[in-house]
Design a binder for this molecule. Structure first.
Ligand SMILES: [Zn+2]
Length: 203
């Protein structure tokens, strides 16, 4: 096949399928809820557990149920560490691959569309989260989970770096160090440009 005929074939394909492709892309556009570390190790039991986040789980469930009716999909990004992970120089050992600690809490597990294992604070670092979002093409990404001052904030930062519209219900997140809550919310809203809301506004 000559170069010219290859070109002609490509342009014919483009012409005949371009419109359909556009329609498919529009239909596929959806919205996303990212739930950060809503796992047993963070919420129920383990070396770094903070059961305070459980107070916000009813808000999370209400929000997720409502948004799923509107077509939102849910991605859980969750710590899955090797036993010798260097993160354990900063934190006690937690969420080792294959353990109960890495499993989504019972209250949320029925809603999981994607489970993304991670090893660092941002849900993007060495994961397939970026690819999932490229496929789903969300107009909006809601971020909830634990903790405001660590994984939630660094995941939001990487979403904002990628120009996603990020919404954060402040009563569906919690800081590990509560003295940092206001500072982190200020960074999330005014530095990163995410929209802070109350869950009730989203129902
Ligand atoms: Zn970790």
């Amino acid at each position: 096949m000559s170069l010219l005929s290859v070109k002609n074939t490509l342009s014919r394909d483009k012409y005949s399928t371009g419109r359909n492709k556009m329609i498919i892309m529009e239909e596929r556009m959806t919205n996303i809820i990212i739930v950060v570390d809503a796992t047993n190790g963070f919420c129920k039991e383990g070396a770094i557990v903070d059961k305070g986040i459980m107070q916000n789980v009813p808000n999370m469930v209400n929000l997720i149920k409502r948004k799923r009716l509107l077509g939102y999909k849910m991605i859980v990004v969750a710590d899955n560490h090797k036993p010798d992970d260097l993160e354990f120089q900063r934190f006690p050992k937690h969420c080792i691959i294959g353990t109960e600690e890495t499993k989504v809490i019972d209250e949320l597990k029925e809603f999981v569309d994607y489970y993304v294992p991670k090893t660092r604070y941002s849900g993007f670092y060495k994961t397939n989260l970026a690819k999932i979002l490229e496929k789903e093409k969300p107009k909006e990404v809601i971020v909830i989970g634990a903790w405001t001052d660590i994984c939630v904030m660094f995941t939001i930062a990487d979403l904002c770096n990628r120009d996603y519209n990020v919404v954060v219900p402040r009563d569906c997140i919690k800081a590990r160090d509560m003295t940092k809550t206001e500072m982190c919310l200020d960074i999330i809203e005014n530095t990163l440009g995410a929209k802070l809301v109350e869950t009730q506004e989203e129902l």
